[in-house]
Design a protein around this ligand. Structure first.
Ligand SMILES: [Zn+2]
Length: 345
């Protein structure tokens, strides 16, 4: 009955669905979090949360990234992420991987804000479209994360009869030695577990989605223009009463003007006179997270976390560099386990 009532109320404008936020602003969201009624926050994040880490949004033209790949004569830029093209011509992808290699970048304020939500017991899950693994570097663990477009964290042999798994360390060595990664066992290509065009999303994405979104009591969407399906459609999977906060450089995910009128589709509604739960905070993700942290009284704690963790990563990088200079040969003989993987899991 609740479902029908909500459907009618939002469709026909009869009354309104349960209004949870006292105002449709960042302050309203902060009051709600402080009320203690919100315990299952789901974050949905995209490329915009990593741009301040220096990772270019490689899907937009003009970043220079595609220009660097001209020598490979791609038929069109997206071919680099197409599975059929990759199997025939893996070189451009690995050249790009060298530039975007995870570990060259530090997580942003926004990544650490999500870690803080986890530490405070408020984060149910983070659904990320990014493949840069910065959520893991910031301290989210495998169970906290759905990497909807896969990850560099593990790799597999592309041969269906083999599928041997390789770790980050192994892949890193291949990528930086300019060698096209080939399987030790069967000599087929080895591909990081990121989802290419023409491949399906990880099984875990669909399984977790069904559990997480009905339970979600606050959806925070950051740094994504909500244009890639099925990811974008997740915003419509929370209950009608669940507030949704968008932190982005522009509004996104709004209902189709035709279907929106009919109440289908579950698109965002920030501005209409029926708006009752969607908040758009137009800013960079870092600014938005800092502003929200400030309203929650967490700002100093967040800034402290960012500076402490960045120092730790810089120190670790320096030590690794020193170690590499001293004993590249010794390292080559090390057993094929990834110490990084153990630390983070
Ligand atoms: Zn193989």
């Amino acid at each position: 009955m609740d479902f029908l009532r909500n459907l009618f109320s939002s469709t026909l404008g009869l009354g309104s669905a349960e209004k949870v936020l006292d105002e449709l602003t960042l302050e309203g969201v902060a009051h709600y979090i402080q009320s203690g009624k919100c315990k299952n926050i789901v974050c949905m994040v995209g490329a915009g949360i990593s741009t301040s880490a220096g990772i270019p949004d490689f899907r937009s033209p003009g970043t220079g990234l595609y220009a660097n790949l001209q020598k490979y004569k791609l038929p069109y830029p997206e071919a680099i992420f197409q599975i059929d093209y990759f199997k025939k011509h893996p070189e451009p992808f690995f050249a790009l991987a060298r530039e975007l290699y995870p570990g060259q970048f530090k997580p942003t304020v926004c990544h650490y804000f999500m870690k803080m939500l986890k530490d405070k017991g408020l984060l149910r899950r983070c659904y990320s479209q990014n493949i840069d693994t910065l959520e893991r570097v910031a301290g989210l663990q495998g169970d906290d994360l759905i990497e909807a477009h896969g990850t560099f964290f593990t790799s597999h042999c592309v041969s269906f009869s083999c599928r041997k798994e390789y770790n980050l360390e192994w892949m890193k060595e291949k990528i930086f030695s300019d060698a096209t990664p080939k399987c030790d066992k069967c000599s087929s290509l080895v591909k990081p577990d990121i989802v290419f065009f023409g491949e399906s999303l990880p099984v875990r994405f669909f399984a977790s989605m069904k559990m997480d979104f009905p339970q979600c009591d606050l959806l925070i969407i950051m740094g994504t223009s909500l244009q890639v399906q099925p990811f974008a459609g997740l915003v419509g999977r929370v209950s009608k009463g669940c507030p949704r906060l968008l932190i982005n450089m522009e509004k996104a995910g709004q209902a189709d003007p035709v279907f929106g009128v009919l109440g289908f589709g579950g698109g965002m509604d920030f501005d209409s006179d029926k708006a009752y739960r969607d908040v758009a905070h137009i800013s960079t993700c870092d600014e938005g997270c800092l502003a929200l942290a400030d309203l929650l009284g967490w700002k100093a704690e967040l800034e402290e976390m960012v500076s402490r963790e960045h120092t730790r990563i810089d120190t670790q990088d320096k030590q690794e560099k020193a170690g590499e200079d001293q004993g590249a040969a010794a390292k080559a003989c090390a057993p094929p386990t990834a110490p990084e993987a153990k630390k983070q899991e």
